[in-house]
Design a protein around this ligand. Structure first.
Ligand code: AKG
Ligand code: FE2
Length: 294
């Protein structure tokens, strides 16, 4: 494949869904307008500049990552509601599922939800990230129903040299035994404001940056709404009540990270965050300072 298919923002939704189902990925030019892009830089630029590099090889020792994005800006509506992104996520994931309730056969359509958000700024000297599937988090078998549709929004330009996301088109159709090879991946090349939409089952990874300029992207994942606890324990149980329970129960309540990496908060095991809060309260220092305001 020469390159990923590119479409304009006024493209026909059904056509984009067809490309996504076949190739697993598509580039939407002008995913957001210049004003939205400038607004995101206004809110995200300072936090990226003050952030340090990731502390592990997988996330990238020359890569800066910032999460909790909906808490750091109020300007993400045009991104998450972008017609082709939200439209294809709904069409691909919100498929009615038949079930019996007594003698009544019903079809229930799941919702979708915002899952992970992250700024990923790849600096000079960062090598390629290992190719992976983001939906591997849910440990479902492939090929199978799509549980994640996500976007990589270009906040800076993406090139083959600066780390533009490496993608293996069509790899969401592969089974779980077939390994990805770097030679099969193609770089995402797009100007700032464009977005790469891709399915969670597609092998991809950050590229190598051999230029002097950082490559800045923002990921936003939409996941199937049924991948969650039944009762919303975070709302149901106030934090001070959670802290009255021992570690095992706190983790069962959801303050835990499911391997290989679901449920993190600020890229950490949420249990550690809970412990820090407990220590602060015990020392009379009040609730944990909000690291997102950094
Ligand atoms: O930075 C990129 O281009 C991709 C990052 C990525 O795939 C990830 O961290 O899961
Ligand atoms: Fe990824």
């Amino acid at each position: 494949m020469a390159g990923l298919i590119r479409v304009k923002p006024d493209a026909d939704l059904d056509g984009v869904i067809e490309i996504l189902e076949r190739d697993g990925a598509v580039i939407v030019e002008d995913f957001i307008d210049a004003e939205t892009l400038a607004g995101l830089w206004e809110d995200f630029g300072p936090v990226l500049d003050s952030n340090s590099y990731s502390d592990n090889w997988y996330d990238g020792l020359r890569t800066r990552r910032v999460s909790s994005l909906f808490a750091r800006t109020a300007k993400l509506t045009p991104v998450v509601t972008q017609r082709l992104f939200l439209g294809s996520a709904r069409a691909i994931m919100q498929k009615p599922i038949p079930m019996w309730i007594g003698r009544s056969r019903q079809e229930i359509t799941p919702s979708i939800q915002i899952s992970a958000t992250q700024l990923v700024q790849i600096h000079k000297g960062q090598g390629k990230q290992p190719l992976h599937r983001d939906d591997a988090l849910y440990q479902r078998s492939h090929p199978g129903a799509t549980s994640r549709v996500m976007v990589m929004l270009a906040l800076s330009k993406f090139t083959a040299e600066n780390g533009g996301t490496q993608v293996i088109p069509g790899s969401h159709h592969w089974d779980d035994e077939r390994p990805p090879h770097a030679e099969e991946a193609i770089p995402t090349v797009m100007p700032p404001g464009s977005g790469l939409i891709w399915l969670g089952g597609v092998y991809h990874g950050g590229g190598r940056n051999v230029t002097d300029e950082p490559r800045t992207g923002m990921t936003l994942a939409l996941d199937l709404g049924n991948l969650r606890q039944e009762e919303n324990q975070y709302l149901a149980v106030p934090r001070e009540k959670v802290l009255e329970y021992p570690e095992e129960v706190r983790r069962l309540l959801g303050y835990d990270r499911c391997p290989p990496g679901l449920g993190w908060y600020e890229m950490q095991d949420p249990y550690i965050v809970l412990e820090s809060e407990e220590a602060r309260r015990a020392a009379g220092l009040g609730e944990l300072a909000d690291s997102r305001s950094a």
